[in-house]
Design a protein around this ligand. Sequence first.
Ligand SMILES: Nc1ncnc2c1ncn2[C@@H]1O[C@H](COP(=O)(O)OP(=O)(O)OP(=O)(O)O)[C@@H](O)[C@H]1O
Ligand SMILES: [Mg+2]
Length: 352
Amino acid sequence: MVSLFGSKSLLGLDIGSGSIKAVQLKDLKDGHELELLGIMPLHPSIIAEDSIADTVKLGEALKELIKKFNIKTKNTVISISGHSSVIIKRITLPEMTEEVLNENIRFEAEQYVPFGIEDVNLDYQIIGPAEEAGQIDVVLVAVKKDLLNSYVNVVKDAGLVPVIVDVDAFALENMYEINYHSSEEKNVALVNVGATNTTINILRNGVSAFTRDSSIGSKIHTETLMRELEVNIEAAEKLKRGQEADGISAVKAEAVINSASEEIVMEITRSLDYFSDTPDIGSIDELMLGGGGAMVKGFKELITERTGLTVTLMNPFSKIKISKQLDAKYVESVAPLAAVAVGLALRRVGDR
Ligand SMILES: Nc1ncnc2c1ncn2[C@@H]1O[C@H](COP(=O)(O)OP(=O)(O)OP(=O)(O)O)[C@@H](O)[C@H]1O
Ligand SMILES: [Mg+2]
């Protein structure tokens, strides 16, 4: 394929409310190599309620990240997430060519998008023939324009060129595809617990069958610890990692952490149950956990107990070679945090 950018690798930039993650992968003959992994924590006031609350501070953080990790690649893939501004729907339509669908998609989308159709950017992908003859399954993605533009503008202002805008749920799927996909028939729930959002994408034999973003995340661990144990945010961050802080032992913090975990797990199981209750789909066989929340002390154990599923932490680098320039131990220690960013960095211009 001839493309303006060739198949050059892009910078995967996951701008989360808790931290920015940047990943760059080099294409090898038989896979990929991680060339760059940069993480920059963000103050909780910079991105709030799914939108950018402080453009200036976010721009500064991006520039700092670019400088600190010596990022030279300009062409960037970003993602947008959050239940209030992103709609992902799997819909069934009468069979039609891509061309005809292209003309009709706005009209079809109107009934699924709870905002004015003129206020959203639309994208879609034909999944394939539906179970019913003469029908096709299509995934529809609608993102609020103002939200999308605000992210695009911040990224541009920092000197980068956004060439692809993705959504977290699909980035996770991409990450899964290259690291874990097998021909085995199963339903796998990808669950990414961020600071303020939890993204779920349930894959049925490797293809997305259900997605949901919930506005709950590991920020509630931090807030619960700060409130119940009267500690500051720095101490709470340590306690979440199973370390002691401000003279509070890890054991004492555990009960408080678990009470917050229960809330997140309840939200996740609600979505999983909804999926399992859909006729002809069946149950979930496996759960993979990513995002910073996945690493909170005791979280994986708790969700394993509550769901009865086999739970694995996502390692987005499990099939990716780590460059010798990087500290492999460090990369391993933050791996689940980079799940979305790796999925973004895997994109190439011209992909569909
Ligand atoms: N090693 C760790 N142990 C425990 N918690 C961690 C660890 N690393 C990060 N976290 C927590 O994970 C959260 C950040 O995770 P992540 O970077 O996935 O979120 P985000 O992408 O910035 O947020 P969102 O996608 O919700 O906007 C923070 O609440 C942070 O305290
Ligand atoms: Mg995130």
